[in-house]
Design a protein around this ligand. Structure first.
Ligand code: SAM
Length: 401
């Protein structure tokens, strides 16, 4: 939720009378301008002073600014009869006629279409998993030439629209993932929390900009993870290999006496992912320009939240990473993309390359050490689950004797 009206417009403040508001309230011009320009709601004494001057209540001001908190909602929900005429009954209409896909595979259908108009043709409860990586409103030039520099409130309103539709078409027990900058994902949580069950806010460690003066170094993307209903139909996260030095294979952490307690199938997946590579090198990029996600990220998400035969929807095709991974993992998939589809279609013609890459990724999962690392560690005399087990057996037998 974001406030939509500016303070000055709401209260009729303009260049001519601004100074009198400053004098009467004692709030500096800079502070008033900050509230106005950044669309922040005044709080504490500032709120009181503004309300005293304009002779209005704080809740009325908040409402006029387009902000709803619980105290306002309480009042509104006790006055629903008065509000009824503002919200007349309108029958629900699902757009008729399923569009024709522009590209089809054994398992998937891709539509060259705006995702919201497409979603409006889809029945409730249709998809097992939805993954969405929307444009970030960073003024990037996409092949579709779409406007990636909307006003903040326009971008948030647009996001709420497609998110709402995605929630509707997600099956009960299905999983919904949204990939975005942390800042934008914070705005979506009230809507998501109203309809779905929060599962995780996953931080994916990727350095995506240079350090910015006056700010912490932005180093993670937010991956929101919600479930429709109380419990996920499917949840089988991969286990990861133990982190070791890539050069000398030694432990990066001291596991001390706990080595024998470590699961030989690997370490539990946490909600901070450090091992997702950005797809930066042009050699590996499937389309010119940024915004292609790593196959490894989609492999992890799809593996965790779906089974073979499930149906996955991604509203923002881009270069088709979700569709490629779904196809390789025997999931059905549906996608929309407003821009050119060539990059996605071409990718399906070299599916074997992608398959090999994915197989290499998966070969390193669900084990404490890879086969290769096990051999090297044994050669270097470093501990392995086998050596820890033998040592324990020896100690037990000495103790028994
Ligand atoms: C960030 S990219 C997605 C990248 C993708 N996840 C990948 O790994 O290749 C966002 C894509 O959404 C597309 N797009 C933007 N608005 C759209 C809309 N309303 N409907 C469908 N696609 C849209 C853009 O053209 C762009 O290709």
């Amino acid at each position: 939720m974001i406030t939509t009206n500016t303070l000055f417009k709401t209260l009729g403040i303009n260049n001519k009378n601004l100074l009198s508001v400053v004098n009467a309230t004692g709030i500096s011009k800079e502070t008033l301008k900050y509230y106005n320009d950044s669309k922040k709601i005044p709080i504490g004494r500032d709120l009181e002073k503004i309300c005293d001057f304009f002779q209005i209540s704080p809740n009325y001001l908040k409402l006029r600014l387009g902000f709803l908190d619980n105290s306002i909602l309480d009042v509104l929900s006790s006055e629903t009869e008065c509000l009824k005429k503002l919200f007349p009954y309108q029958p629900f209409v699902l757009n008729k006629g399923c569009p024709t896909p522009s590209f089809q595979t054994k398992l998937g259908k891709l539509y060259k279409q705006d995702c919201i108009s497409f979603l409006k043709t889809i029945e409730d409860n249709s998809f097992d998993v939805i993954f969405a990586d929307p444009p970030f409103n960073l003024n990037k030039l996409y092949p579709s030439k779409m406007n990636d520099s909307l006003k903040e409130e326009e971008y948030i309103a647009w996001q709420e629209e497609w998110v709402y539709e995605c929630i509707r078409v997600l099956k009960p027990g299905g999983s919904f993932f949204i990939w975005n900058l942390p800042r934008w994902n914070t705005y979506l949580t009230p809507l998501l929390n109203s309809h779905l069950t929060f599962k995780h806010w996953i931080s994916v460690d990727v350095k995506y900009s240079l350090p910015i003066p006056g700010r912490l170094y932005p180093s993670h993307y937010s991956l929101l993870y919600y479930i429709k209903g109380a419990k996920a139909n499917t949840f089988h996260p991969d286990r990861l290999p133990m982190e070791i030095c890539p050069n000398c294979q030694t432990d990066l952490r001291d596991y001390g006496g706990y080595k024998d307690k470590m699961n030989p199938l690997g370490v539990n997946l946490s909600d901070v992912w450090y091992d997702i590579p950005p797809v930066r090198h042009s050699k590996y990029k499937k389309r010119k320009g940024a915004n292609e996600l790593s196959l490894k990220l989609l492999d992890r998400i799809i593996e965790m939240s779906s089974n073979e035969g499930d149906i996955i929807f991604d509203p923002f095709g881009g270069s088709g990473t979700t569709y490629i991974v779904a196809e390789l993992k025997n999931r059905s998939w549906v996608g929309t993309e407003i821009g050119p589809l060539e990059d996605i279609i071409n990718r399906f013609s070299v599916l074997d390359e992608e398959k090999e890459y994915l197989q290499n990724i998966r070969a390193k999962l669900n084990c404490l050490f890879t086969e290769k690392d096990l051999k090297t560690r044994a050669k270097l005399g470093l501990w392995t689950p086998e050596s820890v087990r033998k040592k324990k057996e020896l100690a037990n037998s000495l103790f028994d004797n």
